[in-house]
Design a protein around this ligand. Structure first.
Ligand code: SF4
Length: 77
């Protein structure tokens, strides 16, 4: 099943946990706010995350203290 991810950046507290858990999926901007950078997604949640990274994605999801990482089985609109 495909998995898509996006960060609700208004709730991100710039802790960096997602980037530590899944550096190929999440990166932080100059303010420390996280976004999905996987294959140029630009936090739009329209790029299916590669199967080899799904474990890391789950780890990042669970490590986010504000639960602002959103996952879905279809692309975000
Ligand atoms: S783990 Fe959550 S709060 Fe921390 S930087 Fe990532 S998205 Fe933001």
């Amino acid at each position: 099943m495909s998995q898509f991810a996006s960060v609700n950046q208004e709730a991100c507290i710039a802790c960096g946990a997602c980037n530590s858990a899944a550096p190929d999926i999440f990166d932080l901007d100059y303010n420390g706010i996280a976004g999905v950078i996987y294959e140029g997604d630009k936090n739009r949640g329209i790029t299916a995350i590669g199967e080899e990274l799904l474990e890391e994605l789950q780890e990042a999801f669970e490590s986010c203290p504000t639960h602002c990482i959103q996952l879905a089985t279809a692309a975000f609109a």
